[in-house]
Design a protein around this ligand. Structure first.
Ligand code: BG6
Length: 477
């Protein structure tokens, strides 16, 4: 007996190539056809910024890129690139405008029926996030978002409704976008209206617990309603490196990584890891956890999906932690890496590290559902008179990351697919700018609200088309 020594040389057949977006960042039509307000409609400066009393004209997300009205044209372009899948979210507030109603809004349900039909017509598999930073504003104001246990019931009602409606049309589901981000952006991610300064650690982890239970409940209900469905968790992945070989730095890194691993550990293993129970005990955090909760958590996911934009670096030496020197979630500056125009440190090898680590830890299929470069693009007219963007920097970024994905695949890691973030330009989550562009398709809209909303193919459009056509063989190592 010997094991199969055939070398894996590339992406598997049926690899799910595609792109990703989220309802609140591109649909626009923020109050059309009965839609209610979400937390996004009151954050004109992005998820970490000021919260307004109501929607304000300067909020770019209210119009987005008008995908709500132009989705057929956009899906046609996705199909032209050869997309096998397209990830978007259902805006919870189109289905339940306030979040706590018992009856859904038919016009909202109808929109997603049409959208999923359109995708399926083009042979593009919908990959659907149930909650992508889109908590109904009413649930935030009235209940303090996920701090409140009642949220589990509201979310259950919502997911049951959409599972029943879209069974047969949608096979791949994600329960919460970047579920671990609630620790860093309680309002945007968890609809928590208590300000971060006033929010206790106990309430924050109680909100986390409610989301974890709700996620497991969605997985359970989803499997009951749609036996053929595959349901995954979605985490923000950020490998962390020690600043030095000092064991204290290595321990500091282990501890900061646990704040992320905790979420995937619960989703995959169906129970809280020992290190978190210890953390709660050491910090006198007594959570309200029922026996029923613990039973529900045992409904584990079919795959792990994640976003990857950057790695992080950490140290135990507090004097080296200069604020603003690290990446979006803090940490310290890594002198070996270049950064994007928004200060996000670019690290293709970090993606391979994430893939290998997740696989070694869980042996569950992995899906990269966000990766990309936010950059300022210049629209030019080429020699044929066509408007385009020469985005070689974006091609390089994506190529280098995909080369590392291939390395992990060669190690035997089961990667299901790859969807680039913002395959068509959309509004940024952290800064609410359209100037931070990720797309293969340029959208003529600007941060002062001007622009025709016309779409133009960037140079990366044909590059990605070829990557998909060759199943990754055209990548340059
Ligand atoms: C992820 C989010 O954190 O990063 C997306 O899931 C977001 O919603 C993406 O858009 C890129 O971040 P940003 O701030 O550049 O839009």
């Amino acid at each position: 007996m010997s094991f199969n020594t055939d070398k894996i040389t590339g992406f598997k057949e049926g690899f799910l190539w595609g792109g990703a977006a989220a309802a609140n960042q591109f649909e626009g039509a923020f109050d059309k056809d009965g839609k209610g307000l979400s937390v996004q409609d009151v954050t004109p400066n992005g998820g970490f910024g000021e919260i307004t009393d109501g929607p304000t004209e300067d909020n770019m997300k209210l119009v987005g890129i008008d995908f709500y009205n132009r989705y057929k044209e956009d899906i046609k372009l996705f199909a032209e690139m050869g997309f096998k899948t397209f990830r978007t979210s259902i805006a919870w507030t189109r289905i339940f405008p306030n979040g706590d109603e018992s009856e859904p809004n038919e016009a909202g349900l109808k929109f997603y029926d049409d959208l999923f039909d359109e995708l399926n017509k083009h042979g593009i598999e919908p990959l659907i996030t149930l909650s992508h930073y889109e908590t109904p504003l009413h649930l935030s104001k009235e209940y303090d978002g996920w701090v409140n246990r009642k949220m589990i019931g509201f979310y259950e009602n919502y997911v049951r409704t959409v599972f029943n409606r879209y069974k047969g049309k949608v096979k791949y589901w994600l329960t919460f976008n970047e579920i671990n981000s609630v620790l860093h952006a309680p309002f945007m991610s968890g609809g928590i209206s208590t300000s971060p300064e006033e929010l206790s650690e106990k309430d924050l982890f109680q909100a986390v617990h409610h989301e974890l239970v709700a996620s497991a409940l969605a997985t359970k209900i989803g499997h009951e309603i749609m036996p053929e469905a595959e349901i995954g968790c979605m985490v923000l992945a950020m490998p962390t490196y020690p600043l030095t070989s000092n064991p204290d730095d290595v321990i500091a890194v282990m501890e900061s990584e646990r704040k992320n691993y905790f979420f995937s550990d619960v989703h995959v293993r169906g129970e809280y890891p020992g290190y978190m129970k210890r953390y709660f005990a050491d910090n006198n955090i007594e959570l309200d956890v029922t026996d029923e909760d613990l039973e529900l958590l045992k409904n584990t996911v079919d795959f792990i999906s994640f976003s990857y934009y950057m790695s992080s670096t950490d140290t135990a030496d507090q004097s080296k932690k200069v604020k603003g020197e690290g990446n979006i979630l803090g940490g310290v500056h890594n002198p070996y890496l270049e950064a994007s125009e928004w200060g996000w440190q670019i690290d293709p090898k970090g993606l391979r590290i994430v893939l290998n680590d997740f696989w070694d830890r869980y042996q569950l299929p992995l899906f990269i559902v966000e990766n990309g470069l936010g950059a300022k693009d210049e629209l030019i007219t080429d020699e044929n008179g066509n408007k385009t963007v020469n985005d070689d920097y974006r091609i390089k970024y994506l190529n280098d990351h995909l080369v590392q994905v291939k390395e992990a695949v060669k190690d035997g890691v089961d990667v299901m697919g790859y969807t680039t973030w913002g395959c068509i330009d959309l509004v940024s989550a952290s800064t609410a700018q359209l100037a931070k562009r990720y797309g293969f398709i340029y959208v003529d809209r600007h941060d002062d609200g001007s622009g025709s909303l016309d779409r133009y193919k960037k140079k990366s459009f044909n590059w990605y088309k070829e990557v998909i056509e060759t199943n990754g063989e055209s990548l340059k190592a």
